[in-house]
Design a protein. Structure first.
Length: 336
């Protein structure tokens, strides 16, 4: 059914317009899902699928990756759809408009998406306000929310640590885990912060700010690009161990393509994402969490990513092509 809707309607709409339409539907749909569940039209989470990480019970491995909900508007709706968690963001200290439009394109034959959004978001204060509202209710406190943070476009690299720390101070009290994003290709110079000498002070400052603000240890992860050389992946894994970080997210979008500007997500990313996850696991050893993502679509993809060493999974692009039943279907299949 969704495939028909996609080919008749969704693929004819400009990508960003469809994105906003989707977010609106999810906000409305979050109130309809419990009714659908009552008449057995939507699957309920299966307790056998629970993954326990950092003392939290994830109702399945698959969560929603960063970039879909930059304004903390659809956490409840996406979790009711079947994701076990939602990572909001990327959020920067100050609001910024992002790059000029158009800035997102569907690559339909590849079932992929290309984007150069550039961290359009309303800033840390607005996000903190919305998260505080979500966390006010008991049901809102039960939702597992990761918060992905970045630096403003105008912030020079030498001041980046202060941007990440500012976001951590504002947002850590509401986050189940925090993710330092140094891997989006659409903020000039951001990916250079993956070099360990640049990354170490950023992660140290973020850790201190997050834990001081939340009054407890907040799980801290770093999100990396698929385009890193293997030796740089290894170096980041060693840094993560050295600093005692809780984990790594792999991977962000790739710039290794010739389709036009922006980072590519979806199936073309999968083989390298899998390789990076396996490599990270070899160097990290068994303990730190790896959240694997990049083109996960089928149950086989998800299983391969878990077998490569991922603890949890995330997806974004497959939701566009497979529709709202996809997360629940995948999490249920992984339980079986
Ligand atoms: C339109 C779009 C916007 C994105 N924005 C962000 C972002 O703001 N921050 C981030 O860390 N990743 C962002 N991503 C990357 C995803 O979180 C994910 O790492 C990537 O798309 C690979 O997963 P997928 O193939 O399942 O989509 C974005 C992806 C897309 C398609």
């Amino acid at each position: 059914m969704y495939r028909l809707i996609f080919s008749l309607v969704v693929r004819r709409l400009p990508t960003e317009f469809a994105h906003h339409g989707w977010l609106l539907l999810v906000r409305c749909g979050s109130w309809i899902a419990p009714l659908l569940r009552k008449v057995r039209l939507a699957p309920s989470p299966d307790p056998r699928g629970v993954v326990r990480v950092w003392g939290l019970d994830f109702a399945g491995p698959l969560g929603l990756a960063a970039g879909m909900d930059k304004h903390v508007a659809t956490v409840r709706g996406h979790i009711r759809m079947g994701f076990s968690h939602v990572e909001v963001g990327t959020i920067t200290p100050k609001a910024q408009p992002g790059n000029e439009k158009p800035r997102a394109w569907r690559e339909v034959p590849l079932r992929a998406v290309r984007n150069r959004m550039g961290f359009n978001n309303k800033g840390a204060e607005a996000a903190a306000h919305r998260l505080a509202r979500l966390r006010k209710s008991r049901s809102g406190r039960c939702l597992i929310v990761g918060v992905n943070i970045g630096k403003n476009r105008v912030t020079p690299p030498e001041a980046a640590a202060a941007d990440y720390a500012a976001c951590a101070t504002a947002l850590a009290p509401y986050a189940d885990f925090l993710v330092v994003n140094v891997s989006s290709p659409n903020t000039p110079g951001l990916r250079d912060l993956q070099a360990v000498e640049a990354l170490r002070p950023i992660l140290t400052a973020t850790r201190e700010a997050a834990d001081a603000s939340a009054g407890k240890r907040v799980p801290l992860l770093v999100k990396i690009a698929p385009d890193l050389a293997d030796k740089d992946v290894d170096a980041i894994a060693r840094l993560v161990k050295d600093l005692g970080l809780e984990g790594v997210e792999a991977t962000n979008t790739t710039i290794s393509h010739d389709l036009g500007p922006g980072g590519l997500s979806g199936p073309p990313l999968f083989p390298r994402a899998l390789e990076v996850v396996a490599r990270l696991r070899r160097v990290l050893g068994p303990d730190p969490v790896i959240i694997g993502m990049g083109g996960i679509t089928s149950v086989e993809d998800a299983k391969a990513m878990l077998d490569a060493g991922a603890t949890l999974l995330q997806g974004y692009t497959a939701l566009i092509y497979e529709g709202p039943a996809w997360p629940g279907r995948l999490n249920s299949a992984l339980t079986r």
